[in-house]
Ligand binder design. Structure first.
Ligand code: FMN
Length: 483
């Protein structure tokens, strides 16, 4: 973690109720993934380019649903009023002032219309996105979508990695099951099936499927992002189902403790998507260098979760502003050190795995999509793979993803590793014709579907394992068992 963020983290820990600190800080199970999200970034290094004349740097990126002044947005996290009385209002103001997006959580302690109003109070053009867990009662989902639209949200972020609740040991040990009096998941108030004036439970259900996503997407004109994708085959399916963007995320290590670090899963997803939609990454981003690494691996931007909560707890709106400013400043500094003028100059050949000489990451990718505003500094190189040591990364999701992934992500001539350092690599990294490449085609999609079934088995830990016990649907009636 960068020293500025570490300081805010320390202050947050000092001021927060230890139970609430653990709710924010903790992860699922033995917290393996929680640690790995950060550790995986430490295993990667940047191989800068020099003499590229990068005095004027443009950090902006265009995404479906927003133009970001800096490629860092605020990931959706629950219950900000546990951290500060102003809660999500303060976060929204700070994000708007920084020119970036707050993804406002369904489990927000301030209703979404008030969150958007707070952001627009700072910047009338501020974009707020709304995160939602599709509900088994689709009337409830539809109602939430309408609320987000009416509030003026600019995109929806559908969280797909939560068929059941993650089991958070720290919360169980503290017996933390209820929000304190006066706090509630305000977006869940006055919904169909709920008590008049009261809040409904947030349900997590393994019954949620691609058909739910299709219906949700058909019901709105807003761009729809799918959050919580790790398997490249699911990324291919998501594109096929018409999503506008994908968020590679393991929920900050709060859902399944068996998955790879988020940044390890990123390259294979980027390859599978092949430039058709932008890919975001969240999980373990703790400094501007991490932002640069993620972008070089093909993310269009990154999300930050816990650092924002630490800023909020430490100093409210000013604390969140400080977190976003630190990340912007560090990222700009690293971009300059890498000889970059814009996000488009951060390419996969700039990332190497520590301890492997200059072994690079993974297979040839199609580069990032939707990240307008970037510029190739010297026009000569947009390689997205670095030669020989490519497979050695282990960091590339291919190992975790299995055969279906290889089919989905590496078909076609551009996929070959050894050629990647040569002219082919340059071709692979552009968003030209190759971007619409072979992995979009039917046969791959079919292969992906088969692999997708495996992924479901692996992630769900069995459909009957909901904490509620066998019923297959778990409820957040106790208030804190989500996020
Ligand atoms: C306290 C907490 C609550 C969260 N609540 C949600 C949520 O309600 N919905 C969601 O999609 N993700 C939720 N997340 C996951 C974040 O959106 C994001 O994936 C994660 O925090 C990124 O990892 P980081 O905290 O290492 O930056 C939550 C994360 C934390 C730490």
């Amino acid at each position: 973690m960068s020293s500025g963020l570490a300081e805010l983290h320390d202050r947050a820990r000092a001021v927060l109720d230890p139970v609430h600190y653990d709710y924010y800080a903790g992860g699922v199970g033995e917290e393996v993934v929680l640690g790995e999200n950060e550790a995986a970034f430490r295993r990667l290094a940047l191989l800068p380019r020099v003499l590229r004349g990068s005095t004027a740097r443009d950090l902006a990126v265009d995404l479906p649903g927003a133009r970001l002044a800096v490629p860092v947005l605020v990931a959706p996290t629950a219950f900000h009023r546990l951290a500060h009385p102003e809660g999500e209002r303060a976060t929204a103001r700070a994000a708007a002032a920084a020119g970036t997006v707050l993804v406002s959580g369904m489990a927000s302690t301030v209703a979404v219309d008030e969150v958007v109003a707070a952001a627009r109070g700072v910047d009338p053009d501020a974009a707020v996105w709304f995160q939602l867990y599709p509900q088994p009662d689709e009337e409830v989902t539809a109602c939430l979508v309408r609320r987000a639209e009416r509030a003026g949200c600019a995109a929806l972020v559908v969280t797909a990695d939560s068929p059941v609740f993650g089991r958070h040991r720290r919360d169980a040990e503290h017996g933390f099951h209820d929000l304190p009096p006066g706090l509630a998941a305000e977006n869940m108030r006055d919904l169909p099936g709920g008590p008049p004036g009261g809040t409904r439970d947030i349900e997590m259900s393994p019954s949620i499927s691609w058909e739910h996503l299709d219906r949700l997407r058909a019901s709105t004109a807003l761009p729809v992002w799918l959050k919580g994708v790790l398997h490249p085959a699911d990324a291919v399916l998501a594109v096929g189902h018409g999503v506008d963007g994908i968020v590679v995320s393991n929920h900050g290590g709060r859902q399944c403790d068996l998955v790879p670090a988020a940044v390890e899963a990123l390259p294979a997803v980027v390859d599978a998507v092949a430039g058709r939609v932008p890919v975001l990454l969240d999980g373990g981003v703790r400094g501007g260098g991490d932002v640069a690494v993620a972008l070089a691996l093909g993310a269009a931007a990154v999300g930050v979760g816990r650092p924002v909560l630490w800023g909020l707890a430490a100093a409210g709106e000013a604390g969140v502003a400080r977190v976003l400013e630190l990340l912007r400043d560090e990222f700009d500094h690293v971009l300059a050190l890498c000889g970059g003028r814009g996000v488009g100059d951060l390419t996969r050949d700039l990332v190497v795995v520590r301890g492997t000489g200059v072994g690079g990451i993974g297979t040839a990718g199609a580069g990032r999509a939707g990240a307008g505003g970037g510029s190739a500094a010297d026009g000569a190189t947009r390689p997205s793979a670095a030669g020989a040591g490519a497979a050695g990364a282990g960091a590339a999701g291919a190992d975790a993803a299995g055969a279906g992934a290889a089919r989905a992500g590496t078909t076609g001539p551009d996929a070959a590793g050894p050629d990647a350092a040569g002219p082919d690599a340059t071709r692979a990294g552009t968003t030209g014709p190759d971007a619409a490449g072979p992995s979009a085609a039917g046969p791959d999609a079919a292969g992906a579907g088969a692999a997708g079934a495996d992924a479901t088995r692996a992630n769900a830990a069995g459909p009957g394992t909901a904490e509620a016990g066998g019923a297959g649907v778990s409820r957040a009636g106790v208030g804190v068992r989500c996020g």
